[in-house]
Design a protein around this ligand. Sequence first.
Ligand SMILES: Cc1ncc(COP(=O)(O)O)c(C=O)c1O
Length: 363
Amino acid sequence: MSVPLFDPTSPLGPLRAELRSAVHRVLDAGQFILGPEVEAFEREWAAYLGVRQAIGVANGTEAITIALRALGVGPGDEVVVPSFTFWASAEAIPPTGATPVFCDVDPDTMCVTAATVKAALTPRTKAVIAVHLFGNVAPVREIEALGVPVLEDAAQAAGSVSADGRPGALGTIATFSFYPSKNLGAFGDGGAITTDDAALAERVRTLRFHGSADKVDYVDVGYNSRLDELQAAVLRVQLPFLDRWAAARAAAGDRYAAALAGLVTLPQATPGSRPAWHLYVVRHPEPDRLMTALAGQGIGARGYYRTPVHEQPPMAPYAPAYALPGTAEAARTHLAIPMSAALSDAQVDTVVAAIRDADVPAR
Ligand SMILES: Cc1ncc(COP(=O)(O)O)c(C=O)c1O
């Protein structure tokens, strides 16, 4: 049996009729930008997360830039961001005029900690981007206790939970991506910004709409960055299923963890969290050898961030003078193995057997 690395389409099988009628509803309404579907999704997404405000935007990258701008981030400011993350977490900073300052991660959780953030703070730090990487939940409250506002990059963590609440409801402001392969995925690009702060939410609404309320008078130089009606309608059909899908991801992670100890280094959920694993990412001293061996058995596996963001050439102007040992370790050793809301016990067992058969020594 071959097992794909991820499978965003199987969970949608039972929803096809509902998805079709949602698309028809939008066609019939004939309103495609900022209409009733977006408004309803914003309400439903805020209610799901337990946060006061949700604002739909065009994608998870612009969500970060706009959220930073709403926080007042601009030229001369620094924004702390992990280097072990998807490129966009840091790419979204320079368009504000601010400087990315890279911090380390704990390779066991692959998330930032209060200590790694603290080491990167300076008097110019205006915000910290805490990435809930792979669905794990970064310790947002501990970081905000350092006295800096946290922007949660929750692109990979829809459906996860922590003792303090859901990602997206933990920091000053948070951003999501609804890229199709995400835990909650649209049929194209999409994103959202969430916050409890009404004034911040108002600034976000203005910034996503060209810096205007009406496209007649302008209060800011903003963006054209809206979630569209079709994507909102599609997301509304899926949202009631997100918790079920999250539970399936978490359960598949538990099954991996019980069977893979000793064969690979397991990802550790942060204290008090129950990650809806977006990707299940193990560590191994020879991840690419293991990946090749798994490919030979029809098992998808991939190292996503082999070169950390601060070592990518366009980030050279922002490269730190200090070492990031946790980042280096995670970048060198990580390997994503199959994970999806539709991953069956039999598929998990097939992957586990393939890792055992690959016989690439774990140390
Ligand atoms: C951690 C992280 N941040 C930001 C993004 C950017 O989201 P988008 O692709 O919707 O722009 C993604 C995903 O693509 C991501 O995984």
